[in-house]
Design a protein around this ligand. Structure first.
Ligand SMILES: [Zn+2]
Length: 139
């Protein structure tokens, strides 16, 4: 387990319980940006008695203490992400697949927004939608 994750738990006062650990492992195993339901199905393989509510609670704690991030597209469940660096994700409007877009820097997005508003910027999330290669082939 990443020492940064341990630090975040220590500072937050939350305990790294076996359930939270199982949710983190499921996030690592899933290829990219699972929904809570996806995480639940992965955790359930090793831990058949886990409840969906437990997975939701673990995800919410992990997000609160900054171990994972989340993004939300319209009419789609929230997707969770271990990559906390500013990055762009694209979601297929047909099948819901989500993947990262490499090579597009977002590092200065928040500072550029801050320069143009009198609000104090806390976070900026940009979501992109498209059609994935698989769905394009089937069109
Ligand atoms: Zn697709």
């Amino acid at each position: 387990m990443d020492s940064g994750i341990r630090d975040k738990f220590r500072k937050s006062g939350y305990t790294l319980t076996s359930q939270r650990r199982a949710v983190l492992e499921a996030l690592t195993e899933s290829d990219g940006h699972p929904s809570a339901e996806d995480v639940y199905l992965i955790v359930k393989r090793k831990n058949p008695r886990v409840a969906l509510g437990t997975v939701y609670q673990a995800l919410s704690v992990l997000e609160e203490i900054g171990v994972i991030g989340s993004k939300h597209w319209n009419e789609s469940p929230t997707r969770y992400d271990l990559n906390l660096e500013p990055h762009l994700d694209i979601r297929c409007g047909h099948c819901g697949a989500v993947s990262e877009i490499p090579g597009v820097g977002l590092d200065d997005l928040e500072s550029r927004i801050q320069e143009n508003t009198t609000y104090q910027v806390k976070s900026a999330t940009l979501v992109v939608e498209g059609v994935c290669p698989k769905c394009r082939r089937n069109q």
